[in-house]
Design a protein around this ligand. Structure first.
Ligand code: SDX
Length: 426
């Protein structure tokens, strides 16, 4: 509590509202007392609303800062790895060597899914979008773990966290294999987390498959860059779903569904489709004009962000990784040049500059994923896989203290009360 207060004056009434300070970021005004004075607050899209207190991740949108447990994303991407970042998100501290070995061991020994889970996949059409499959299969996980689903038991919550981090790559790879008509590949405990995922994606029973270490490292870094992002739409969905007491698998399935939207995690797939539609640099100026045309719903996908009004630090690391991976793999992708030219044009155009629209995490990620061999339809699944520890960390944090069911109110502008009209009078 900061001891500071905000005074709200409505007519002849004044209401003192507490102002709370965190360790970083803006102070917040605690508005709950407006209710007892007969008012609701109004903030569609939650542009200025803090829905909770959290210690997990901090974002400064004006300075392009993203911290997990206080550590800058640039340092984690360069010096840490994904499972270490998962540990940090879940526990608030980087693990020491023994803690890391134990955590990695527990995750890698839970990567198999129940053998019956494979039959859920067979119910989908082969051309089902992998995100549709993931929504269904992850939600169905609760059917397999009803014995460990007492969400009021911290040990049960911890087991669920490990299971979800461990099994998401397996289920994601299965959703790809099913769409490709290839046999599922079992996880391997002797491989690293990202290496194991890529092995399940691209290996077949017909021959040995060695994952390129450059590709494995790039995949791991992409997971790190997607691991968490404060109270974004899908994480808020997980928290809201969790506030009803729903089991963690249902909460994560809700997060996956929310992430799928093209305004959110679906943007990475939309960026590649946008670059395909543009075709080549000669068409860029026409495309930009369409984006700026108020009568045209075309958006520059992978650009803009509710919070980042300067630059998305993840986009900078992603662009650098893109250069590194394509160079190391000897890949010349004209879409990378197209994306860089599109960025250059947009960043010098008043429409984008005045609206503070910069590349976000999704602008370059698809180009790396394509270079790795991931099909476009799997891009958002990769985002969901990477974001799983963030969703779980927020779910655990919510359950670590008393909480109330999330139930927003509204400004009602519908019909005032009236009596029912019988059919012969309508
Ligand atoms: C993610 O929240 C998170 O943290 C999300 C995320 C995470 O890690 O969880 O960072 C991941 O979702 C990144 C964002 C991915 N989405 C896209 O790349 C889709 C394209 N971007 C836009 O849809 C948009 O920028 C949003 C949804 C990301 C943000 O929307 P806001 O904050 O509601 O902003 P807005 O729509 O009110 O835009 C303000 C203005 C508007 O113009 P005017 O009405 O003022 O004239 O900017 C324009 C918008 O039309 N605008 C764009 C644009 N984004 C905003 N115009 C063209 N192209 C765009 N991409």
């Amino acid at each position: 509590m900061s001891g500071k207060k905000a005074t709200l004056t409505i007519g002849d009434k004044s209401l003192d509202l507490p102002v709370l300070s965190g360790t970083m970021g803006p102070d917040v005004i605690d508005v709950k007392d407006v209710l007892s004075n007969g008012y609701f607050t109004y903030d569609p899209g939650f542009m200025a609303t803090s829905a909770c207190e959290s210690k997990i991740t901090f974002i400064d949108g004006d300075k392009g800062i993203l911290l997990h447990g206080g550590y800058p994303i640039e340092q984690l991407a360069e010096k840490s790895d994904y499972l270490e970042t998962c540990y940090l998100l879940l526990n608030g501290e980087l693990p020491n060597a023994a803690q890391k070995e134990d955590f990695v061991g527990r995750v890698m020994n839970h990567t198999m899914v129940h053998e019956q889970l494979q039959f859920f996949y067979r119910g989908f059409r082969r051309d089902a979008h992998p995100m549709a499959v993931m929504c269904g299969v992850v939600g169905a996980l609760s059917a397999f773990y009803h014995d460990n689903l007492d969400i009021n038991d911290a040990e049960h919550r911890r087991i669920a966290a490990i299971r979800l981090i461990a099994k998401m790559p397996t289920m994601a790879a299965m959703s790809y294999k099913y769409s490709a008509g290839q046999p599922f590949m079992y996880p391997r405990n002797d491989l690293g987390y990202a290496e194991n995922f890529l092995h399940m994606m691209f290996a077949t029973p017909c021959a040995d498959y060695k994952v390129n270490p450059i590709v494995a490292k790039a995949m791991d870094r992409i997971f790190v860059l997607h691991a968490d992002h404060e109270q974004n739409a899908s994480t808020s969905t997980v928290r809201l779903t969790g506030s009803t007491g729903a089991n963690p698998y249902a909460c994560i399935a809700a997060g996956i569904a929310a992430l799928w939207g093209p305004s959110h995690g679906g943007a990475n797939e939309a960026v590649l489709k946008m670059l395909d539609e543009i075709g080549d640099v000669s068409k860029l100026d026409d495309f930009i004009e369409r984006v700026k045309d108020k009568n045209d719903s075309t958006k520059l996908m992978g650009f803009g962000h509710r919070v980042y009004k300067n630059f998305d630090p993840r986009a900078k690391v992603m662009k650098q990784t893109c250069d590194e991976v394509l160079t190391a793999l000897g890949i010349h992708d004209p879409q990378l040049e197209l994306a860089m030219k599109l960025e250059e044009i947009a960043l010098s155009d008043e429409y984008f500059v005045s609206r503070k629209l910069y590349p976000n995490v999704d602008f370059y990620s698809g180009i790396i994923l394509k270079a790795i061999g991931i099909p476009t339809s799997m891009f958002t699944v990769i985002f969901a896989l990477g974001r799983t520890p963030g969703w779980i960390a927020h779910w655990l944090e919510m359950h670590s203290a008393p909480y109330k069911i999330s139930r927003p109110r509204q400004l009602y502008t519908g019909p005032v009360q009236r009596d029912f009209v019988p059919m012969d009078k309508r």
